[in-house]
Every structure is written in structure tokens, then in C-alpha cells.
Write a protein that binds this ligand. Structure first.
Ligand code: THG
Length: 258
């Protein structure tokens, strides 16, 4: 499974302040820590509600890629901020994200083609996030076909069913599982999938327990990537055990250390 660190996100107070202060040392140490904890890619998000989005993202990308060659997952809903991040990025690139809105797809798929990027596809549009699995799959299909019209092959996409906080909507985790299963049928080979895992426990107690339990359930239905807290050692162990149980990694008695 592709493990993407969620931690370089302006949503976290200390990271937001470091971006405001353009504190390279803090951001670079934070990035190195994610790599040491086992991240395969780093999600970069400057945080919501700032008027310097493009400049902040450009700085964040440049600052992080001075200390790592890992793929960078540029996370913003703003097309200008996204474009600034993409242009600054020399590492392997993941665009996080497009939605099924025509305006966004027509802006982002050409950029993905030009910069040889993977694209995360959120199954939502201008009307919001659908309540049921079937509508999510329909939107996923629209994004797959629109990407192909722009010469972006399905292999470059990661479908995201959009995990919601269990506190807000307790029926949603099961619907996300069902959407994941429907996504597998949309193409051959099955499209890749991704979630923002920690969304599920937002505002809840026992966050780590909820996160890692849901991750085990999602791995059981074929999840291929996840944006997670890589500093949560229990969660990282669930990933290792899950890869073993799915025979994606070779068994050995000492698999947690191997
Ligand atoms: N899909 C995709 N990208 C995403 C998400 C998704 N990117 C953002 C998010 N969801 C995944 N990343 C996070 C990062 C932080 C938290 C949740 C998901 C989080 N943060 C604490 C909070 O809000 O309570 C911050 C608390 C603190 O300040 O310490 O929970 O779904 N494609």
C-alpha cells in the first residue's frame, strides 16, 4: 500500500504557523520525520483561508523537496494554488485533487498530462458529496472517461470515495466500503483507490483505534493508498500486518521489524 503522510498540513497549528513564518527548518525537520516514520509520499496542504495560497504552496514544495526525493501530493482545492505547486515540483507528483466538476477536470487533467502526474479523483461535484455508494461510482466513471479524453490513462488515477467523520454520519463508513467495492468493477485492471483516513475520527475520542480499525476494513476491500498519520506506530503496524495477510509482503516471524 502507498502510505502518504498527512502531517505537512496547515490545518495543524504548528505547521500553519511555520508556513506563515516561512520557517524552513521546522518544515524540513517535520518532513524528514515523516520519511523516517515510513512515508512513501508526502501530502502538502497550506491550510484553508489564506490569501497567499499560491506563494505559500510554491514555498512549501521547494522547501520540502530540498530534503526528500519522495513523491509530493499537492493538496488544495484552489486551481491557482495547485498550479503554483505543480510548477515548483521536481519530485514525482500527485495532484490532490480533482472532483467530477467539469471546470476542475478541464483545468487539472491537461496539467497532469503535461507534468506526468498521478491524479486523486474525489467523488463529489458542485452539488457536494453523494450520500450513497452508487452515485460515488457514477462520478468515478465520469472522471475516468474525462481523464482518458485528456490522454490521462486510468492507471494514473486514484479514486477517493471521501471518508466522512463518523461523528457526523454513522452510516458513511459502510457506504465508503461499498463504494470501494464498486470502484473495482469500473475498469480492468481495477482502478487504484485512496482515502484520507483520519477524516473518519474527526472530533471523536479513540481516534487512533477508529483510524486503524477502519484501515483494516478498507485494506480488506482492496484499498491501494492512504493519507495517514505515519507517526501513529499502531496504525503503521496494521498496514504491515494487512500487507502480510494479503500476501503482498512475504511472511516472516519478525515481520514488524523486517
Ligand atoms: N482525501 C484526500 N485528501 C485529503 C483528505 C481526503 N486531504 C486532507 C485530509 N482529507 C487528510 N488529511 C488530514 C489531516 C489532518 C486531519 C485529518 C485529515 C485531522 N487533523 C486534526 C483535526 O482536524 O482535528 C488537527 C488537530 C490538530 O491541530 O492537531 O484530523 O479525505 N484526497
Amino acid at each position: 500500500m502507498l502510505v502518504i503522510s498527512e502531517r505537512l498540513n496547515g490545518l495543524f497549528t504548528a505547521v500553519g504557523q511555520a508556513i506563515d513564518a516561512r520557517d524552513e527548518r521546522f518544515i524540513q525537520q517535520h518532513a524528514v520525520q515523516q520519511v523516517e516514520c515510513g512515508a512513501h509520499a508526502l501530502d502538502l496542504n497550506v491550510g484553508p483561508g489564506r490569501d497567499d495560497g499560491p506563494a505559500a504552496m510554491e514555498w512549501l514544495v521547494r522547501t520540502v523537496q530540498e530534503v526528500t526525493d519522495l513523491p509530493l501530493c499537492i493538496d488544495t482545492p484552489g486551481i491557482k494554488t495547485m498550479t503554483a505547486g505543480i510548477k515548483a515540483c521536481r519530485n514525482k507528483l500527485i495532484i490532490n485533487s480533482t472532483t467530477a466538476e467539469m471546470k476542475k477536470m478541464q483545468a487539472l487533467f491537461p496539467l497532469a498530462r503535461e507534468h506526468d502526474a498521478d491524479v486523486i479523483c474525489l467523488t463529489m461535484d458542485e452539488r457536494g458529496i453523494p450520500n450513497d455508494a452508487e452515485s460515488r461510482a457514477e462520478m468515478a466513471m465520469l472522471m475516468i472517461t474525462t481523464a482518458m479524453e485528456h490522454d490521462v490513462m486510468p492507471e494514473r488515477l486514484m479514486l477517493d470515495p471521501l471518508v466522512m467523520p463518523i461523528k457526523a454520519a454513522q452510516d458513511q463508513p459502510v457506504k465508503v466500503i461499498k463504494a470501494m467495492q464498486l470502484f473495482q468493477t469500473l475498469n480492468d485492471p481495477s482502478p487504484r483507490t485512496v482515502v484520507g483516513l483520519s477524516n473518519v475520527s474527526n472530533g471523536a475520542k479513540e481516534r487512533s483505534l477508529l483510524n486503524r480499525t477502519f484501515l483494516g476494513m478498507l485494506m480488506g476491500v482492496g484499498l491501494s493508498a492512504a493519507i495517514v498519520d505515519v507517526q501513529d506506530a499502531d496504525l503503521m503496524n496494521v498496514i504491515k500486518a494487512g500487507e502480510l495477510l494479503k500476501a503482498e509482503k512475504l511472511y516472516c516471524d519478525d515481520f514488524l521489524r523486517a
